[in-house]
Design a binder for this molecule. Structure first.
Ligand code: ZN
Ligand code: ZN
Length: 214
């Protein structure tokens, strides 16, 4: 397995390209902005792109979907509970933040908890972990987790955005923490980390802090 990434846009979002080195087939996770940079990453890698997998549909995670799809005719996978963001709210957020945004078509496939998605010989299990966004999912497999804005090195995703839920975030973190401790977490923002490290020092996993219930 090979993982490349580019950090893109005003919100410094991580877009990942995960691929199976034997078959050269891969998937793009969260093409958030700077489409030309992401297209260049895919082209340089030589990977045959099979799909775009979205952890969720906040504006900083879907802003380059339209541009990427002009170059690669691949389906977009999204959990249906994030449709309001994909179709409406992210365009509105872009206006609010004064950042450029191109409304993408789709999505094409609905993700569900427990489903397995694949590229080449790679298999990732979809874990629905809402709270930061209602349709947030993590793609887990091969010792890694692409968890979007669920868990960051030292922190967690915001729960005060529209459709966010501190109570759901609490439950999702608890569930995510049942993955093996040596799982390498590739977050939507900031550096990668491990579950073990976060369990030791992340205040939201040590129990020293928690998303406030409302
Ligand atoms: Zn987000
Ligand atoms: Zn984000």
């Amino acid at each position: 397995m090979k993982i490349e990434h580019r950090t893109v846009g005003a919100f410094e979002e991580n877009c990942y390209l995960v691929s199976d080195e034997d078959s050269g087939r891969g998937a793009l996770i969260d093409p958030g902005d700077e489409g030309e940079v992401i297209v260049d990453m895919v082209n340089r890698s030589g990977v045959t792109l099979e799909a775009i997998w979205l952890t969720h549909a906040h504006v900083d995670h879907i802003g380059a979907v339209a541009e990427v799809r002009r170059h690669f005719d691949v389906p977009v996978f999204l959990h249906p509970l994030d449709l309001p963001y994909y179709t409406r709210l992210s365009a509105r957020a872009a206006e609010m933040y004064g950042i450029p945004f191109e409304q993408p078509d789709g999505p094409d496939r609905e993700l569900a908890d427990g489903e397995v998605v694949s590229c080449g010989a790679l298999r990732f299990t979809v874990m629905h972990v809402p709270g930061h966004a209602p349709g947030l999912v993590s793609f887990n497999g091969h010792g890694v987790a692409f968890g979007g804005d669920l868990l960051f090195a030292g922190s967690i995703g915001r729960t005060d955005l529209p459709l966010g839920s501190p109570a759901e975030m609490d439950a999702s973190l608890e569930r995510f923490a049942t993955l093996p401790d040596d799982t390498v977490v590739y977050p939507g923002h900031g550096p990668k980390t491990t579950l073990a490290r976060e369990k030791q020092s992340n205040p939201f996993l040590t129990g020293r802090a928690r998303p406030v219930r409302r």
